[in-house]
Design a protein. Structure first.
Length: 274
């Protein structure tokens, strides 16, 4: 069984209505169940460089790690911890690469990126994120945010200083407290979630959720779940119609059927990279 038969993955990205270039970067690898989305920041073009390094390096590192990892031969209770570790290590390598580039090349000084990654493995998804790029899950037509922003605004909400309603109108939405490549070390937040057939997962940069209410995202994804390319383009259009103040990127992943590791799909993946 191939993950291509179990997952439907589609993406869309757009510069938006205000920015002159797109500093978001997206990579999806349907065969290995990997989606990577990064929202870069920095000087002229530097954000684009940072997000590009993050998505490319995490994708290549994850491919190589999965090629070495014999998941079906592992005990079931050790598969997901192994997947979490390989994702953790890939993110740290991306952080080091961006940090070293920013400190060795003056034109890239201060660049960094937020990040959200989904790795689908053994009927679960391992989600890693840093910053305010998000992952949502649509299940039974109800949308749930399954990541928590690393941002000043989120800290103020958590401490009771702001309500979510007031936070929606805040001018400090883009002040992140954690990012890839800014410091020599970073701690990605990683969680594992069991998936169900029919689930739809949405990875997005803040260019979407800053412009479009969660209720409208829910309605769009639930009503267009049978046509993910249309759903992705519609989400981007909604953000642009609301002002498009930032770059907008989305990845949608629909679970079509189970993908247990003991069915041998990882063994097939390993053979593709030999």
């Amino acid at each position: 069984m191939s993950l291509h038969n179990s997952l439907d993955m589609k993406s869309a990205t757009h510069t938006g209505m205000v920015r002159s270039h797109n500093e978001d970067s997206v990579e999806i690898e349907e065969n290995i169940g990997l989606a990577v989305l990064a929202d870069g920041m920095g000087g002229y073009n530097a954000g684009e460089v940072a997000s590009g390094i993050a998505t490319a390096l995490i994708t290549s590192e994850t491919k190589e790690a999965l090629a070495r990892l014999n998941v079906p031969a592992m005990k079931k209770d050790s598969r997901l911890p192994a997947a979490s570790r390989l994702l953790h290590d890939a993110v740290l390598k991306a952080n080091t690469s961006i940090y070293e580039s920013a400190n060795s090349q003056p034109q890239y000084a201060g660049m960094g990126t937020t990040l959200v990654v989904g790795l689908f493995c053994d009927n679960n998804v391992v989600v890693a994120h840093i910053g305010d790029s998000r992952c949502y899950r649509l299940r039974d037509n109800a949308l749930e945010l399954i990541t928590r922003d690393h941002s000043l605004l989120q800290e103020q909400i958590d401490s009771g200083l702001l309500t979510k309603e007031v936070a929606r109108r805040s001018l400090n939405k883009n002040l992140v407290t954690r990012a890839v490549g800014i410091e020599p070390d970073v701690v990605p937040e990683i969680h594992v979630h069991e998936v169900m057939s029919g689930d739809v997962y949405l990875l997005c940069s803040d260019g979407l959720n800053d412009m479009v209410e969660d209720e409208d995202i829910e309605l769009t994804v639930s009503s267009l779940a049978a046509n993910l390319p249309l759903a992705a383009s519609q989400l981007v259009q909604m953000a642009n119609d609301a002002g498009g103040r930032d770059n907008i990127s989305v990845v949608l992943i629909k679970i079509k059927q189970d993908f247990p590791a003991d069915k041998g799909w990882v063994s097939k993946i390993r053979s593709w990279f030999k």
